[in-house]
Design a binder for this molecule. Sequence first.
Ligand SMILES: O=P(O)(O)OC[C@H]1O[C@@H](O)[C@H](O)[C@@H](O)[C@@H]1O
Length: 290
Amino acid sequence: MNTFLLRDVVNADSSASISDYGAHVLTWTPAGQPPVIWRPAAVQLREGTAIRGGVPIIFPWFNTGWDGGRPVSKQPKHGFGRVSFWAFDETAVTDRHVRYTLDSTDFGDDLLAQLNSGDHPRFHATYDVEIGERIAMTLTVTNDGDEPLTYEAALHTYLHVGDVERIAVHGLESCDYLDNTQPGVPHCSATGEPITFDGMVDRTYLRGDEADTPITIEDPVLGRTIEIINAGAPQAVVWNPGQAAGDAMGDLAVGEWRGFVCVEAVARLDRSVTLAPGQTNTLSQTLSVR
Ligand SMILES: O=P(O)(O)OC[C@H]1O[C@@H](O)[C@H](O)[C@@H](O)[C@@H]1O
């Protein structure tokens, strides 16, 4: 039977808690600050179920996937990475760094058959978390198979805010986006304005040359600014369920939706990652607060 191990990393600059299930960072708290990575008051740990809050690793498909230029119906939602026990690398651990690995040999053919990679998909993934004045989370995937491997991935980070309806998200003003709340997921033009929240927001922002410039969350309630730097991520998903959907979610208490916003480092849809045999790709996100 698998055991849910939660590991605490503590140093002079910050502390974090990480679950082996999903290689899931549950919280990150810089010294002298309220937490920056948000988790619900009650975290539900159940095999086969995704953990709410923290930093779910979405891999190897986003939502129910994308294949041949159209959405498809892969399961589990958001890929098997976030509902698998990752291997903890005891040789890499310090009070500032942990590493997890995931290998395709741990999965059955039925799951692997959903990957876009010929008849015998093979990969290994490494997830490094650096914990200090900043937190840096890096997902590295290598194609160990004989054919090209295409996958989607995201670091689906829940960021703690005082009140989502009073924050502003800067840095995506000039990006067009896909509106996931609308039928047909329409392509919408850049608004030129910071993002504010009044009801559900679920958008895939299409980033260009500026994809690694910071996104910031201005939070007048907690009196701070969170800075997010994504790398290797051609898109950024911004999500909050709003009151109606948030209060209906079984793994959130009433009103908890107000305390977070997700700003995600993403490669999905026609911007999925394709690796030639032997090739490696990294996707990362770094957070800091001021
Ligand atoms: O409830 P889940 O599976 O964690 O997904 C949460 C949200 O994750 C976001 O990344 C998606 O864009 C949303 O559409 C989705 O609702």
